[in-house]
Design a protein around this ligand. Structure first.
Ligand SMILES: [Mg+2]
Length: 136
């Protein structure tokens, strides 16, 4: 599992969903959690954190958001060589499920269908962490 100090960026245009994810992550012992409203702000946050020498180590992002949606944000992240392997989990709705293949092609680490449950989040994080450790 990701260590508790992992720097996590939560991206969702709904504050209530960010709060829910934060509560789940805190219960899973995570302590370094930041938030962004949409893909554009999230990308700025990624750049700022990198510049500050404390880059994010995990992104959990909604798909459907204004300005820059989750898939566009994922593609932007993956276009940078240093973020090729940045763990990136997308949140989708049931109706977006058919588009998941597109996200897989864009190298998403994993995805979750809303409404997110704590047990599912834990399971997905465990799976993504296994991928991270298999690569190193
Ligand atoms: Mg949304």
């Amino acid at each position: 599992m990701f260590p508790p100090h992992t720097r996590i960026l939560i991206v969702d245009d709904m504050p209530s969903l960010r709060d829910l994810l934060k509560a789940y992550l805190r219960r899973l012992s995570f302590r370094n959690i930041s938030e962004a409203d949409d893909g554009r702000m999230a990308y700025q946050a990624l750049l700022a954190a990198k510049a500050a020498g404390a880059p994010f180590e995990l992104v959990i992002s909604d798909w459907n958001m204004p300005n820059l949606d989750g898939l566009e944000f994922l593609k932007l992240v993956r276009s940078s060589a240093e973020w090729k392997n940045l763990p990136f989990i997308l949140l989708t709705t049931e109706s977006e499920k058919a588009k998941v293949l597109e996200a897989v092609v864009a190298q998403v680490s994993n995805y979750m269908v809303k409404p997110v449950e704590e047990a599912v989040l834990k399971e997905k994080l465990t799976k993504v962490w296994e991928k991270v450790t298999a690569k190193s």
